[in-house]
Design a protein around this ligand. Structure first.
Ligand code: AMP
Ligand code: TRP
Length: 331
């Protein structure tokens, strides 16, 4: 039987970056085949940070366009925006009433994000974020949740909450499993290769954006920090910069890392970086073009999202009704 897949991504940047793609979105595309996939642009989660209305609107649309351009097919999977399906808020509240304050307080993403802005500026919504995420997943009775390594703890919490609910109130939720790529999932900043590629930390020069021009991305790769020595060899401890570039090349070209080490044996870092730039730029060129084309017809794009939301709501409303009934709420 086809497995139900659910994942979500925040519309918090003008463009997704290569880490988002290789760590998460590439798997989304693969998992559409033979599964029943639901992919959600989690705009309500994006409200837990700084809110700029004009920018948020633009980013939600840009996210949708990029997902489609990267290969998420609105026919094969259900692609929708979280705020279009109000069941997310309904089940989110239930999850907040199931979760303990202590376990929510142990979430490292909350600790990291609240520490960055200073504890006083963190919103309550940032604290309750993982319970809304649990609702995103449980609403669709998902078997698998493809995410990057950094989301492991949120998936564990979701499983705990679902199990607790089922035990206390009767079988209601499928217990989901994380679907986390073992290797190659983590992409690092080109300038600071010990930090993960991320739009919120590090330098703009260290992040490869899907919607950036081919010239800009080529330049970033050619100016990537490399390491002492001159050998193109995978060694994350002593050669984090070169290892990161090997990971990127391998993920996009499909060549094994050992193959690449042989191919570039005896060549300098400059030649290697030129080759990586070529692979990245040619991979992203058609994707960027398609995304920009989709963004030119906003009405059509929003219509695609509304169709997705209708499909999502059909499943989500059943789960909410079932959980309300099991909780003793009068329907
Ligand atoms: P974010 O927008 O940072 O919340 O990330 C969206 C998705 O991309 C999540 O599933 C992350 O785990 C994944 N992700 C973000 N940055 C990276 C990275 N540098 N390497 C691998 N995966 C990443
Ligand atoms: N918290 C996830 C992230 O930062 C985004 C997210 C929200 C999500 N809801 C989800 C991921 C549901 C998977 C499933 O990447």
């Amino acid at each position: 039987m086809a497995k139900r897949i659910l994942s979500g991504i925040q519309p918090t940047s003008d463009s997704f970056h290569l880490g988002n793609y290789l760590g998460a979105l590439k798997q989304w595309v693969e998992l559409q085949e033979g599964n029943d996939a639901f992919y959600c642009i989690v705009d309500l989660h994006a409200l837990t940070g700084e809110i700029d209305p004009a920018l948020l609107r633009k980013r939600i649309l840009a996210s949708a366009a990029q997902l489609i351009a990267l290969g998420i097919s609105p026919e094969k999977s259900t692609l929708f925006v979280q705020s279009h399906v109000s069941e997310h808020n309904q089940l989110g509240w239930i999850m907040e009433c199931i979760a303990g304050f202590g376990e929510a307080n142990r979430m490292t993403q909350f600790k990291d994000k609240s520490a960055k802005g200073g504890a006083d500026s963190a919103r309550v919504g940032l604290f309750t974020y993982p319970m809304l995420q649990a609702a995103d997943i449980l609403l669709y009775q998902a078997h698998y949740v493809p995410v990057g390594e950094d989301q492991r703890q949120h998936i564990e919490l979701t499983r705990d909450l679902a199990t607790r609910f089922n035990t206390r109130f009767g079988d209601t939720f499928q217990i989901p499993e994380g679907y986390i790529l073992k290797s190659g999932a983590k992409i690092y900043d080109l300038q600071e290769p010990r930090n993960k590629m991320s739009k919120s930390s590090g330098s703009a020069a260290g992040v490869l954006e899907i919607l950036d021009t081919p010239e800009a991305n080529a330049k970033k790769i050619k100016s990537a920090t490399t390491d002492a020595g001159r050998e193109v060899r995978f060694d994350e401890k002593d050669k984090p910069g070169i290892s990161n570039l090997l990971t990127i090349h391998s993920a996009l070209s499909g060549k094994k890392i050992s193959e690449l080490e042989n191919e570039f044996a005896g060549q300098g870092y400059g030649d290697f970086k030129g080759a990586v730039a070529e692979v990245v730029v040619e991979y992203l060129r058609p994707i960027r073009a398609r995304a920009l084309e989709l963004l030119e017809d906003e009405r059509n794009l929003v219509q695609i999202l509304h169709i997705g939301a209708d499909k999502a709501r059909t499943v989500a409303s059943k789960t909410v009704a079932e959980s309300y009934k099991n909780l003793g709420l009068v329907l």
